[in-house]
Design a protein around this ligand. Structure first.
Ligand code: HEM
Length: 466
């Protein structure tokens, strides 16, 4: 960072004791980086852009070409995400990165265009509809078990396995895997897009105003075009064939009508939103599962306790939606994995109006970042924050909701949160009931934040039958 001002440190000095036995983390920045250093680090790993101080103070501000603030304060988060949400739209970089892939869909749109899409999509994710889709998740858990069983006695990359499982789920519940829908093509297109996008960083925007044309050139338009064509074909086929007996997300969106205006989605709007669900929903959930498995291998006592619960509820069968309320400790493990390794670890907004956050002046045009990774490890709000301890979530009411933001909050909170949690509980419980996972010495994953917080090198664990 070229110049930094820190917020009020209510808890004394940064630093403190370091690794007793802590799960993997990346050392945060302790020296100002300068513009070039910031750009270099941001391309490699956005985590290396976050000052260590951000885990001790409520706000860190600076200027790297443009004024910016990193906010780790629950009260200010409530203001940015909920009370003054209109004054803090998603940042230009977020929109520019995502628009070529998912158009002006729910994730990206603002104002009235966001409102009406959210009204149409909200019922799609109702409790009943999500529970109806659970058999798809149970089947994916069974198929993942079969693949993992084949690796028994050896090490397997559980991140790859979880990506395969969550992709099966999202493909089945968005497009029911009908003819004309080539899963592999969509999967490849998304991966190519993410790889291209990974070349861009939040600092490109802050430091270099000419980044937009560069970004457009970088993003692989061919992969995007193919992905859109695949989705358009699937939508046309569905319009002809009619709804499935158990409606999937596409059926529900096709039926959806804005109660206020009567408006329905066009094919292009349907496609952009379906692709949004696929892009926003599958890797994030795979990461949640992969990090949960890593943490269970990291702490065998937690793993044994989770397994005992899963086996008592499930016996030999895979988990279903009805089991989810009976697997509270599995849920706590997932909540704690989402705290230590939040897949969406960095949210970004642009201030429209003059404001004050934590007593700091915010000017129109300032970039306001919510480094969720640093919020979740901030010593002001969490005791011994780097320690893995699922019991923190034994009583969810004890958690300050704006200090814990794996799904964001306010009107733009993740629409798929309950879907993702149901899927993660079903798959994690099924796997822990059936297998025992152990770390491979020297092969711990390294957390790298590009668009999402990924385990670099994969999550390699040895697998044994339980
Ligand atoms: C563990 C898995 C997931 C995580 C950690 C996650 C995280 C998030 C976060 C943090 C946001 C808010 C972004 C912001 O405020 O800038 C968000 C929004 C969103 N997510 Fe998720 N998500 C997950 C799964 C899903 C799934 C499964 C779906 C759909 C099937 C989904 C669809 C969306 C959509 C459409 C939005 C935009 C909502 C709006 O702006 O109205 N997500 N997600």
């Amino acid at each position: 960072m070229s110049s930094i001002t820190t917020g009020i440190d209510r808890n004394g000095q940064p630093g403190g004791s370091r690794p007793r036995d802590l799960p993997v983390q990346v050392p945060l920045v302790t020296e100002p980086l300068g513009i070039l250093g910031s750009l270099r680090n941001a391309r490699r790993n956005v985590l290396e852009l976050i000052p260590e101080l951000a885990t001790h103070v409520p706000i860190v501000s600076g200027r790297t070409g443009k004024r910016w603030h990193m906010v780790m304060d629950p009260e200010s988060n409530r203001r940015i995400l909920r009370d003054a949400v209109e004054d803090y739209p998603k940042s230009d970089v977020t929109k520019m990165i995502l628009r070529p892939a998912i158009g002006d869909s729910l994730f990206v749109a603002e104002g009235q265009h966001w409102h009406w899409q959210r009204r149409v999509a909200a019922p799609v994710f109702s409790h009943r509809n999500i529970a109806n889709l659970a058999p798809v998740m149970t089947a994916a858990a069974d198929r993942a078990s079969a693949r993992i069983a084949a690796a028994s006695g050896r090490a397997a990359n559980l991140f790859d396995e979880m990506v395969a499982a969550t992709f099966e789920v999202i493909a089945d519940v968005t497009l029911s895997g009908g003819e004309g829908f080539d899963r592999a093509a969509v999967h490849d297109a998304i991966n190519a897009y993410i790889a291209d996008t990974a070349k861009v960083s939040p600092l490109d925007v802050i430091g270099a105003p000419d980044w937009v044309p560069r970004l457009r050139r970088m993003i692989s338009t061919r992969a995007m075009r193919e992905m859109k064509q695949v989705a358009d074909r699937a939508i046309d086929t569905r319009r002809q064939d009619g709804a499935r007996p158990v409606p999937d997300l596409l059926d529900l969106l096709l039926e959806g009508e804005d109660a206020k205006t009567g408006r329905r989605m066009t094919t292009a709007e349907l496609r952009d939103n379906l692709l949004t669900f696929i892009v926003a929903g599958h890797e994030t959930t795979a990461l949640t599962l992969a990090w949960s498995l890593y943490l269970c291998a990291f702490d065998p006592a937690v793993q044994d306790r989770a397994r005992t619960e899963a086996q008592a509820v499930l016996g030999a069968r895979a988990a279903t939606a009805e089991d989810v309320p009976h697997l509270p400790y599995i849920r706590q493990v997932i909540d704690e994995a989402l705290r230590l390794y939040p897949p969406a670890a960095f949210l970004s907004r642009t201030a429209l109006k003059a404001d004050r956050l934590c007593g700091r002046e915010v000017r129109p045009g300032d970039t306001v970042m919510l480094p969720v990774y640093a919020l979740h490890r901030n010593h002001l709000w969490w005791s011994d924050p780097d320690r893995f301890d699922p019991d923190r979530f034994a009583d969810p009411r004890s958690i300050d909701r704006f200090a814990y933001l794996p799904f964001g909050d306010g009107p733009r909170i993740c629409i798929g949160a309950s879907f993702a949690i149901q899927e993660a509980v079903i798959i994690l419980a099924t796997l822990l009931a059936r297998f025992r996972f152990a770390r491979v010495p020297g092969r711990d994953p390294r957390p790298v934040l590009i668009l999402t917080l990924r385990p670099e090198g994969g999550v390699w664990l040895t697998v044994e039958p339980a």
